[in-house]
Design a protein around this ligand. Structure first.
Ligand code: DUC
Ligand code: ZN
Ligand code: ZN
Length: 471
């Protein structure tokens, strides 16, 4: 066999364990693992750890928010940032506007991705208006074309009611798609927000109290029951509380087709990040909000047990200026401030540092939660593992290299790093997408438009693939 490229002598990590071996690549795919492979070109990986390219299944790119604000990142800037942090596949969103045919929304976002993406990508279809013309027929057609995941909200101005969600779950089940859910109880949030505003509590730190933990717990429990009733697979997004993780655990113990993720900001930050002078805390505002150290411990425990299977970034980029966080002015009350933080680039280094360098759960679980499980759960069959036949998406980590995050050292278009001051041990020194080097020693070598859209096979007909457990 003629190999184009051999990655020589690295410690190759998969969700099943690690071993020192060469990786042989041809035509952008992994062809062989073994000792003494030879190819037209060689990359020396002695002393480095080689993991599959990161798969980030939850990020907002070039998307219009419910408040009518455009994300700071285009596909070009977001995928540059993703690549610099070791992520080579991502799933963002095609957001239906109220009244818009779903097919038009999908075509619009497909054009944005095709124009700018430098890593491989897919999107979740956001279902904002089931009353739009041709909605159900469009949904079935789009799923059949390979858009195998949907997203619904229980809150925000695009929240669906239980009946609408149940109908979406049924269509998704029947056509082979996974439904992702932003689960917070809208009434609890509206009540808390009104009370806080009446008391004159309008600062970013008050955003935390405006999204009570009960809002998440109630909605997560209810969504698990809907999934169970419909026997339709769901992925609960961004779990932030101990009790919501427990609801997922209980549902899975009952055999419910429920999977769930959390994000680095819930694992590494508490609501204290919101408590800064002026509007500064707005940089860390997201929903659900960061919680407590007790919740952090519970989330790590839930990851260890397999109750939560995936760690995504929920990258939702807004600049700290009048185009983003300050669009309603420098004295805006929290309800007028866009929710979300950049996370695409920091997700893998933060988790490598915690899980590998500091030993929390270890290298195999790091690979599982950041690449293998998201690829398997979302039907990205060529991604997330180092094995013959898979795309040669690889990250070479220097386990000894350290980096302390600065105020503005990311490669997105956001202008701040919410993890400024955090010291990372272990750094992605080289990143390959389908055998091509797209990051080398801090230099970005990617090409906008070179990322491929990833059509996916039916989800939900392969129960073994949906376990979310380490292989
Ligand atoms: N919360 C969301 O639901 N979406 C984007 C960002 C955020 O904080
Ligand atoms: Zn959400
Ligand atoms: Zn999100």
């Amino acid at each position: 066999m003629t190999l184009d490229l051999v990655i020589r002598g690295g410690l190759v990590a998969t969700a099943a364990g690690e071993t020192v071996t060469d990786i042989g690549i041809a035509g952008g795919r992994i062809m062989a693992l073994g000792q003494g492979l030879a190819g037209a070109a060689t990359i020396d990986a002695h002393g480095l750890i080689v993991t599959p390219g990161g798969v980030d299944p939850h990020c907002h790119i070039e998307q219009m928010s419910g408040m009518g604000l455009m994300n700071a990142d285009t596909f070009e800037t977001a995928t540059r940032s993703a690549a610099m942090g070791g992520t080579t596949s991502l799933i963002s969103f095609a957001a239906q506007a109220k009244g818009q045919p779903l097919g038009d929304a999908a075509a619009d976002y497909a054009a944005r991705g095709a124009r700018g993406a430098a890593v491989d990508w897919a999107f979740h279809l956001i279902l904002a208006d089931p009353g739009a013309p041709g909605f159900e027929a469009d949904l079935a057609t789009l799923i059949g074309q390979g858009h195998r995941s949907l997203k619904v909200f229980t809150t925000y101005n695009i929240g669906l009611d239980d009946g609408q969600i149940l109908r979406a779950l049924t269509i998704a089940r029947d056509h082979g798609a996974l439904t992702c859910i932003h689960a917070e109880n809208d009434a609890i949030i509206a009540d808390a927000r009104a009370r806080l505003l009446a008391e004159g509590r309008t600062r970013p730190i008050d955003h935390a109290a405006s999204r009570p933990r009960e809002a998440e717990i109630e909605a997560v429990a209810r969504m698990c029951r809907l999934a169970e009733a419909a026997q339709a697979p769901v992925m609960i997004f961004h779990i932030s509380t101990a009790e919501a993780a427990a609801e997922v655990r209980a549902a899975r113990a009952r055999g419910a087709p429920v999977w769930a993720e959390t994000c680095p900001h819930y694992l590494f930050q508490t609501e204290e990040v919101l408590d800064r002078p002026g509007l500064e805390g707005a940089k860390w505002m997201c929903s659900p909000p960061q919680r407590t150290e007790t919740d952090q411990d519970a989330l790590w425990a839930a990851l260890a047990l397999g109750d939560l299977q995936v760690i995504s970034s929920d990258h939702a980029p807004y600049r700290y200026d009048e185009t983003g966080k300050l669009s309603a002015g420098p004295d805006a009350p929290f309800p007028a401030i866009a929710n979300g933080m950049p996370g695409l680039e920091v997700r893998l280094p933060l988790l490598f540092d915690a899980m590998v360098s500091r030993g929390r759960l270890g290298l195999a679980r790091f690979v599982e939660m950041t690449a293998t499980a998201p690829a398997r759960l979302y039907g990205l069959d060529t991604k997330g593992a180092i094995a013959p036949g898979k795309d040669a998406d690889l990250v070479l980590w220097d386990p000894d290299r350290t980096h302390t995050y600065g105020a503005n050292d990311l490669h997105d278009n956001v202008g701040y790093n919410p993890f400024e001051g955090t010291k990372i041990t272990g750094w992605p020194v080289r990143v390959l997408l389908r055998g091509e080097t797209i990051v080398a020693d801090g230099d970005y070598l990617g090409t906008p438009g070179a990322g491929r859209w990833l059509p996916r096979a039916a989800i939900g007909t392969r129960p073994a693939d949906l376990t979310g457990r380490p292989a």
